[in-house]
Design a binder for this molecule. Structure first.
Ligand SMILES: [Zn+2]
Length: 78
C-alpha cells in the first residue's frame, strides 16, 4: 500500500519535531523518513511551517496569516 498516512508515524514525527524522542526512536524515525514518501513530505511541510511561524512571530503578525496557515494545512476555513 502506498500513499496512505501511517498512524504510527504521526506519533513518531511529532516526537521527532518536538525533539522528544530517545536516541533509538530518533534513529527509527530517520530510518522511516528515508523510506516513506508520505512522512518525508509531511516532515518537510511541518519543518517549513515551524520555521515560517518562528520567523514571522518575531515581527508583527501580518493580517491574514492565520488564514494562510490554515490554507497551508489544508483546513477549510469557511
Ligand atoms: Zn510513514
Amino acid at each position: 500500500m502506498t500513499g496512505e498516512p501511517c498512524d504510527k508515524c504521526e506519533q513518531l514525527l511529532q516526537g521527532y519535531l518536538d525533539r522528544a524522542l530517545t536516541h533509538d526512536e530518533v534513529a527509527e524515525a530517520e530510518m522511516h523518513l528515508d523510506g516513506c514518501d508520505f512522512c518525508r513530505r509531511r516532515y518537510r511541510f511541518e519543518t517549513n511551517l515551524r520555521m515560517y511561524v518562528r520567523t514571522t512571530a518575531a515581527e508583527r503578525m501580518p493580517p491574514g496569516l492565520l488564514q494562510k496557515l490554515s490554507e497551508l494545512r489544508g483546513v477549510e476555513t469557511s
